[in-house]
Ligand binder design. Structure first.
Ligand SMILES: C[S@@+](CC[C@H](N)C(=O)[O-])C[C@H]1O[C@@H](n2cnc3c(N)ncnc32)[C@H](O)[C@@H]1O
Length: 277
């Protein structure tokens, strides 16, 4: 996978290129990073990349021409490497929210050109001419697109084959299909008791089925509390087992959805507190 970034701050990308899991993968040649500074595509002595907004108002706007020239250079460099034209994504709060599915799609592709805005944003005519998608990191405003681009790159690179030491570990992460798209369960490591707090007993049992069942229930509990829409989505996809449904019903304090035979077996329940008569 080849990532090109158009940025006024190429040095910020050392974070993913040189450090940690993504840095090791870069050194192994599993992905490559190419940074393009719009200032290198200007023709005036001040290397101007921004100007005041038409219509007035605060701040500056990134000019279209240096950005378009940088994108063209990136596409030409990709072509010289035998790659086809890449989609061009602008990081922008008005874009579509980046998620795990977006990271998986990027990891399965041969790359992307990421445009990092600064100031008040970029000239709309550049967006209309060159940008194929706009990506948001969330409902907040950053000073520039670089931190958002770093997150986009990191989430995709760790999914590339061979990047994580334990190939299965990404499968056990939150939002993964293997976890039915739910949130991950809590993790513990040594010591067995920390400041009086013990590790939950099932994790010490060595009993694989009990451990799996404890983790599944913790995932369901956390997801139901924090992201109930992910439970609905898993249910709609048929990813919840009967055991999951019984557990969720118990969490909600309601009768589990029962099949007809189970309903027949169930005895009528006495009202809580016993017979009032
Ligand atoms: C100060 S922001 C501009 C915000 C813009 N005026 C608005 O209100 O939508 C400068 C740049 O940071 C980047 N940026 C800010 N917040 C972002 C977010 N939530 N997701 C992705 N990029 C973001 C974009 O590239 C943007 O052009």
């Amino acid at each position: 996978m080849r990532i090109d970034v158009v940025t006024l701050f190429p040095e910020m990308f050392g974070v993913v290129r040189d450090l940690g899991v993504t840095g090791r993968a870069h050194a192994q040649g599993r992905w490559s990073l190419h940074a393009w500074n719009p200032r290198d595509f200007t023709h005036d002595v001040h290397r101007t990349v921004d100007d005041r907004p038409y219509g007035g108002g605060p701040g500056m706007v990134m000019m279209a021409a240096p950005l378009e020239a940088a994108v063209n250079a990136a596409q030409q460099s990709r072509a010289a490497q035998g790659l086809g034209p890449a989609p061009v994504a602008l990081l922008a709060p008005v874009g579509r929210r980046y998620d795990q599915a977006g990271a998986e799609a990027l990891a399965a592709s041969d790359g992307l050109i990421l445009i990092c805005g600064r100031y008040e944003g970029v000239d709309q005519r550049f967006i209309e001419r060159c940008v194929t998608q706009e990506i948001s990191l969330g409902d907040f405003v950053l000073s520039g697109g670089e931190i958002a681009a770093l997150a986009v790159i990191d989430a995709a690179v760790r999914l590339l084959p061979g990047v994580l030491n334990d190939g299965n570990s990404a499968l056990q992460d939150s939002f993964n299909d293997t976890l039915s798209g739910l949130l991950d369960s809590p993790h513990y490591t040594r010591p067995e008791v920390y400041e009086g707090a013990p590790v939950p007993a099932p994790l010490l049992s060595g009993h694989h089925a009990n451990i799996a069942s404890w983790r599944r229930e913790r995932s369901l509990t956390l997801t139901a509390a924090r992201r109930p829409e992910l439970i609905e989505s898993a249910r709609a996809k048929g990813w919840l087992t009967k055991h999951d449904e019984r557990y969720l019903a118990q969490l909600a304090g309601i009768e589990p959805p029962a099949d007809a035979s189970a309903a027949k077996r169930r005895k009528p329940r006495k009202p809580a507190g016993g017979d009032a008569s």
